[in-house]
Design a protein around this ligand. Sequence first.
Ligand code: GLC
Ligand code: CA
Length: 563
Amino acid sequence: MARSDWYKTMVVYQIWPRSFCDGNGDGIGDLWGVLSKLDYIESLGVNAIWFSPLYPSPNADFGYDVSDYRSINPEYGDLEVFRQVLEGAHERGMRVFMDLVVNHTSDEHPWFQASRDRESPYRDYYFWRRGRRSRAGEEMLPNNWDSLFEGRAWEQDPESGEYYLHIFAKKQPDLNHDNPAVRQEVKDIMRFWLDMGVDGFREDVITFISKTPGLPSAKVKLPAATGMEFYADGPNIHEYLQEYRAVADEYDCMLLGEAPRLKPETALTYLESGELDLMFNFAHMEADCLMTDFLQRPFSLRKLKRAFSEWQEKIDGRAWNTLYLENHDHPRVISRYGSEDYRTESGKMLAACYMLQQGTAFVYQGQEIGMTNLRLPRADMYVDVMLKNNCRIASKFLPRSKVLTLAQRSCRDSARTPMQWSAEPYAGFSSVRPWFYVNENYHEVNVESEEADGDSLLNFYRSLIAFKRADQAAIWGSYTEHCRQSGNFYVYSREHEGERLLVICSFSGREQYFTAPAGFDLADGELIFKNYELNVAVDNSFTSRPYELRVYRFGPAEKEDAE
Ligand code: GLC
Ligand code: CA
């Protein structure tokens, strides 16, 4: 089938099922809840939904540890209700993407259970290795790689005495894609869902699936990531992804790969070859941290702008970008890059700042109503496996209060609190106490109150999404950054067949003086998005208010306007 490019004009809504909506009153989000909210999702104007894993899972990593790839977690429903959701979404013109988590399985997956037996044909589905001997004759781990989630990357099985590899948590053993039988399983799983009618996959940490043969120890130690050079973008990665692409090509579908620490040059090797249509990179999520959200640094707008522009400039014209500011792996963006004191204003500014760039935009549940971080009084009240590990390490050299602040600011749990639907008990998410804490600001921050206010963040998202899907410059326009040196403003333009958009974003919590870049006469532009009423006549210079946003549209550029 010819590969289509409808993915370029879509806006995708991400659902993390456990916290979206509880339909059967047990405190856990589920597909019955999703079914009841399809009209709401459609009302946002998005035309696709990506589900974080819906598969059966012991929930060591909330679904990213899959114990059965061909069914639905009974907590979330069954295949019958999934089919209803799929049909309901399709009827409303929305595509549906599944999360394909095949770098690893759960240790409770029957393949892994069988693989514990050395003689089993499943042994080679995973990386089982004997320990090494030190010079002194002591038993050592098979190599020096770190797990990204829990200490070292190896866990010993008491029965055989051998170790299995886990780049993530102990309960997430890595699958061996060098084994053709494993690749066949992946292809069969893809077909299973594509035959049912799903429209593609978001492939979890997919650039990690090809490990360097021999699994060599790393010479250079990276903080908590030693060995990564031997499994990120590994030797056979393109061959394997091409095999998976060949299956996808039998259908009309989209493949999106998630890739930690990805560089644009490397992304192009996946995108230009067509192995993947889209890729999630993390560069712009590091404007207030180093490599991982837990290692916090003061927010740097320059760092954010560099990341945005580097991806825009290097990908544009050669492949297609993927735009997001929130997902289930990062704390809420208003609490990070904006301000809770200017929740609506900074929320609108942040929305426009990423969505009007070139690429396919993603919106994460709760982002559209400006949900903010969850601050629990004790670090051990958070439940995420990655955070628990970070706190354990940090507690060795930091006081408890410092560890708590780091946890509150960085935890993935902040993105995983129940969706705030109304001011009813439990935020209208459930009729009983939910599986996890509801953010207390739900009395003010909820869908119902946002619906009631024409000027709300939610309604702003609706207009912005409609614009992003319809406006030719917002979709296809070339990207140019302006005012690069500014530490307060992020400014860029998009241009397509004479139409120009100028996006002006203040990241400052104070008033700041702004002058429009050369070539733009603001008085000639139409102000199409803003987050404050204008209190002065339009002038090329103005004093911006905290987190002010202005988006101007210009007709065909006149000659003297050229820079
Ligand atoms: C991806 C997922 C994340 C998960 C990890 C391991 O980064 O987005 O939630 O913990 O992979 O599967
Ligand atoms: Ca439920």
